[in-house]
Design a binder for this molecule. Sequence first.
Ligand code: HEM
Length: 340
Amino acid sequence: MEGNRWKMLRAKLSPTFTTSKMKMMFPIMADVAAKLRDALLEMKGDQKVEIKDLLVRYTTDIIGTCAFGIECNSFKDPEADFILFGKKIFIESNIRKTINFFTFVFPDFMRSLGVRQLPKDVTDFFMKVIRETVSYREKEKVSRNDFLDLLIQLKNNGKLNTDNGHHNKETDSLPEYENSPNLTIEQVAGQSFVFFLAGFETSSSTLSFCLYELACNEDVQTKLRDEIESVLQKHNGELSYEAIAELKYMDMVLSETLRKYPSVPALNRICTMDYKIPQTNLLLEKNTQVIISIDGLHYDPQYYQDPHKFIPERFSDENRGKIPQFAYLPFGEGPRTCVG
Ligand code: HEM
């Protein structure tokens, strides 16, 4: 999706990802985390685990419940529809294609809201799920404090309800788009679907790589475990939004994971005007497609000494500032940066 249509939707949807909205959804996410813990506890000591598979179930359940408002139950039922249809998009159609999908094909995919380029049974499934859920919620006046509730507000009112009746700069859409049309049910379904696709594979692969690095680097693992135990102790053993925010070393470990294994290896842009790259004779003409290699930047020894080594300390308060802003791009950059 490009131009004004993208701008309008982005302006409407960005407020659904604010800190306060994330806090609101936190208990839903914590419930799914508890199910992951239970699934792990049920395993026997010497049982082999395909961790990527388990984490796909975890992120599918999180996004299914936050974006679609549906309990996918993937831990109890590995054959659940969401898992099967998710696999159909991502696993059966080779991983390389998936990566390319996010980088080069993403704008086209967004233009059509993704749906027409995918197998019809997959799009029919997601469309049906959203139509039924929205219709049920509207009829029964059910509210779940989740992302779908926010999309329903955008469908019915064109903007989000204000918190406690007060305007809040976090929750108001940008003023120039305040009077843009409400979302249609197709746009609600399309957006939920985009979030499902953009979210579950990126997050589960990041978590898998993180666990892999923790297994390879026991010192990092011990330090991280100590941090988690001490923060949880301070919060009476309770996992909360505030407790997570205190996990500084965890943040460093995840940042380093995203450096070594960015989910999206390259960014894709199209020049909207002629642009001369400063201090060179290079002119990028309007409509030129530009591909920025995230992998290339993240492994450039000019920015990261020993780039193949897993060193979370690169992202300590002291060191983080030494990394040039555009040499670390796991979530992209600029107005199109990852919304999730
Ligand atoms: C580890 C997790 C994730 C990573 C590494 C990641 C990475 C990215 C990257 C690199 C982009 C392209 C940005 C650009 O072109 O500048 C992107 C876009 C996007 N991401 Fe993510 N993402 C993650 C999780 C999520 C989640 C959980 C969601 C939603 C629930 C999400 C929704 C989106 C959307 C909607 C876009 C398109 C934004 C636009 O074009 O305006 N992502 N993501």
